[in-house]
Design a protein around this ligand. Structure first.
Ligand code: GDP
Ligand code: MG
Length: 320
């Protein structure tokens, strides 16, 4: 069975694993009538189920800080999913690489290798660190999201690409900034500003990068409330929006919709129009199952592109 690699990217605690868990956890509800199943292998299933339980348990608290509870992992893990029609044999596999955020600094070879070899990269961005930084005092954003290190990795690894790539900027913990159109726009502008250097680099890669912004509310029900400096360290607090608020993620499936849209587009790409080696792989991706392709296409059409969402570049690789 053909497999596609996707790399998660972001320092410790920004929200990579929670994003992955929520992306899967909400899938069945979101696909609704579309005939698509996303099935994790046993180990991934156990890990993801545990994480979703932990995210639900956050709601027994009234207020949490960003260092609350849930422990990150110490080693690399892969979350492998089979994708196919409900009740049919799956035709492809998507493998997400997740690893301790500290590895961006401590194990750069591993991280760089993943970035170089994955079809898509999902950059999880801690939204309060991005938005509350006034650029002067504590450099929250530099310390928490490490945009310069991330830019550096791409500049090193994205040079002579052997095929088009999808890069998803996914601000998480962003409930507080999506309450008005205006603040949603600020969030988006701040992403483009902070990663401006990286986006410039992408612009020079011969139209082969699709870059999108997809804000995800992994918890729903909790909003950033304040930041307090404790021992020279910023502590971000989040408050439950009401006494009976529940785990209610929003837009958690958007990265997956973009991923499948991009893969479907590559599948249909005319191999004479370039990238013959790369495109041959995608030719076989969905097998001969036309119904599966229809289902993927229907799911992929739900990509959001307005308001807080944006396709920064590479529209042509999303045409289906
Ligand atoms: N308020 C809030 N907290 C979140 C959200 N997503 C994750 N977290 C919390 O952030 C912490 C780190 O998340 P995790 O997914 O383990 O980060 P990772 O180290 O990048 O994998 C955990 O305590 C989560 O409960 C979110 O959308 N909102
Ligand atoms: Mg993690």
């Amino acid at each position: 069975m053909y497999s596609q690699d996707v790399a998660m990217l972001g320092p410790q605690r920004v929200g990579k694993t929670s994003l992955l868990a929520t992306m899967w956890g909400q899938f069945d509800t979101i696909v609704g009538g579309i005939n698509l199943a996303l099935i994790p292998d046993a180990i991934s299933n156990a890990r993801l189920t545990t994480r979703i339980r932990e995210l639900r348990e956050v709601f027994s608290q009234h207020e949490i800080n960003h260092k609350y509870g849930i422990m990150g992992s110490e080693s690399d893990s892969y979350y492998t999913f089979e994708l196919g029609r409900k009740g049919k044999n799956p035709s492809m596999e998507v493998k997400f690489a997740d690893y301790p955020g500290g590895w961006i600094k401590n194990n750069p070879d591993f991280v760089n290798d993943k970035i170089r070899n994955s079809t898509a990269v999902i950059i999880a961005i801690d939204a309060p660190a991005l938005m509350e930084d006034n650029g002067k005092n504590y450099l929250f954003n530099d310390r928490i999201n490490e945009p310069m290190q991330i830019t550096h990795i791409f500049k090193k690894e994205y040079r002579e690409l052997r095929g088009p790539r999808l890069v998803i900027f996914a601000p998480v913990k962003c409930e507080a900034y999506l309450q008005t159109r205006e603040s949603a726009r600020e969030l988006k502008d701040k992403v483009k500003d902070t990663y401006g250097n990286l986006i410039d680099h992408f612009q020079h890669l011969d139209d082969n990068i699709v870059a999108v912004i997809t804000p995800v509310q992994t918890l729903g029900g909790f909003r950033f409330s304040r930041v307090k400096i404790e021992n020279n360290d910023p502590m971000f607090y989040f408050r439950k929006i009401s006494g009976d608020a529940k785990y209610s993620p929003q837009d958690s499936e958007q990265p997956l919709r973009y991923l499948l849209r991009f893969m479907l587009r590559l599948h249909y790409h005319d191999r004479n129009a370039g990238w013959p080696w790369f495109i041959n792989i995608f030719r076989t991706l969905f097998g001969a199952d036309e119904h599966l392709k229809e289902a993927v296409s229907e799911f992929a059409k739900g990509c959001k592109m307005t308001n807080e969402f944006e396709v920064i570049m590479g529209h042509r690789w999303l045409e289906i």
